[in-house]
Design a protein around this ligand. Structure first.
Ligand code: AMP
Ligand code: MG
Length: 434
């Protein structure tokens, strides 16, 4: 992994009024983006295996797609000059059918004036023809003749041009793209069997807390099952990372130091949950400070106020560190709004922020200006077809059910005050097409 170009102190010196105990969301996002450096290691993969991977180089089209002018419809290819004056034709015209063009089997002969060719979708256009009339627009069709009604087609209709999808030498896909099914299809249409992609990002993660129990263990008094392990597993898997799942690490300095060292010797990034809130943070802070360059923040947001971010190293191996809060909802919010973007950036992906859309709030929401709030919401369509959102019940940062019931996050920005019923708010949807 490339070391950061600058120390955190140098990065934050660009921000006015930086105070680690009151960092606005946008500042934290900017510091992370400025500090992170992408990995640079390319591997060549067969098309099918490249789904979801980050393209490492621009792909230049080696051919024209399509490689010939061809028909967009089943119908008859004709010479528009035969249709009479102007493009539209001023009277019905009868043409003689000179033959048939199938997809993959062109019409063999030439097409004289007054003739046309029966043609299938995708078949090569006879060079003399410039227009296709769909079969259903023709009248009095026999094996030998068709009648084209006046004004039924315009010159050039239903003809696909050579290279109209992509022309040779044009950039078909750009570096940094996360490959989707359509991209695989496009690459296949160019005859490309393998593509260069960035290697997968290796991410180590563990949960901290003496109260955590793993599934299968008995739940002693005052203990909880470790749900963050599974949440992080899910979110990181969806991002396409290689995972090093380190389970639960006890709240003691030696265990924590050993876990952090192991993680940074084996991964590009480390995600921990728990142990960064006040009270818990003292020795965590000491260890992390000893191992590298880490800031402990109180971010102006709810949920997810405490967070640690930086870079640590052990035996010459470095990794970026995201110390997320312990509460499961806070883990998800800080992951989606800070870590996700940074990990995508590390992967070399074009990492635009998750898109926000506007929806009408069905009810009033109390909110103090001066911090960003992420409320769990249910987006639906009202009777007029407009988007509306309602907040899911209790919003405590430990109430994972609020996340399960939600299909989106309502983002109430820093400066915003309380929301009245009917106001427009920003929402981020959890699901898109996958
Ligand atoms: P902490 O940040 O360590 O003070 O944890 C805050 C809260 O989150 C505590 O109630 C923890 O029990 C809870 N918590 C921390 N880690 C986990 C986890 N992995 N799974 C479920 N709850 C957790
Ligand atoms: Mg804890």
């Amino acid at each position: 992994m490339n070391p950061p170009a600058r120390s955190l102190a140098e990065v934050v010196s660009c921000l006015s009024g930086y105070d680690p105990d009151a960092v606005p969301v946008a500042d934290a996002q900017r510091i992370i983006a400025d500090f992170i450096t992408p990995i640079d290691c390319i591997e060549q993969l067969a098309l099918r295996s490249a789904l979801g991977r980050v393209l490492a180089r621009d792909i230049i089209s080696p051919i024209d797609v399509p490689s010939h002018d061809n028909s967009a419809m089943d119908g008859y290819a004709l010479r528009s000059a035969d249709l009479g004056s102007a493009d539209l034709g001023d009277a019905a015209v009868t043409l003689t059918v000179a033959g048939t063009a199938y997809a993959g089997r062109a019409h063999a002969g030439s097409v004289a004036p007054g003739q046309c060719v029966r043609i299938m979708t995708g078949a090569v256009m006879p060079p003399e023809c410039d227009t296709v009339i769909p079969q259903e627009f023709t009248l009095h069709t026999t094996q030998l003749h068709i009648t084209v009604p006046a004004g039924a087609v315009r010159s050039g209709d239903n003809r696909r041009f050579r290279g109209e999808d992509l022309s040779v030498g044009q950039a078909a896909l750009c570096k940094g793209r996360i490959l989707r099914p359509a991209d695989l299809g496009l690459l296949a249409s160019l005859g490309i069997a393998e593509v260069p992609v960035q290697r997968r990002l290796r991410v180590a993660f563990f949960s901290t807390g003496d109260e955590l129990r793993s599934i299968g263990q008995s739940l002693d008094e005052g203990c909880v099952y470790d749900s963050n392990r599974y949440i992080l597993h899910g979110m990181l898997t969806r991002l396409g990372c290689d995972l090093i799942d380190m389970g639960v690490v006890k709240d003691d300095p030696d265990s924590l130091e050993a876990a952090l060292r192991h993680a940074c010797e084996n991964a590009d990034a480390i995600i921990t949950s728990g142990g960064v809130s006040v009270g818990a943070a003292d020795y965590t802070r000491d260890i992390m400070a000893r191992l590298g360059d880490v800031s402990f923040w109180k971010i102006g947001m709810r949920p997810g106020r405490p967070m640690a971010f930086g870079q640590i190293s052990s035996n010459g191996q470095g990794a970026f560190l995201f110390g997320l809060p312990g509460n499961p909802v806070a883990v998800m919010v800080t992951f989606y709004f800070f870590a996700r973007q940074a990990l995508l950036h590390m992967m070399g992906a074009d990492a635009s922020a998750p898109p926000l859309m506007r929806a009408r709030s069905t009810e009033a929401i109390r909110k103090k200006p001066g911090r960003t709030e992420y409320q769990r919401g249910i987006l639906s369509t009202d009777s007029d077809g407009c988007q509306q959102v309602r907040i899911t019940g209790a919003q405590g940062s430990g109430i994972l059910r609020s996340m399960v019931e939600a299909n989106c996050m309502v983002v109430l920005h820093d400066a915003q005050g309380s929301v009245a019923a009917g106001d427009l708010v920003d929402v981020m949807l959890f699901d898109g097409l996958t």
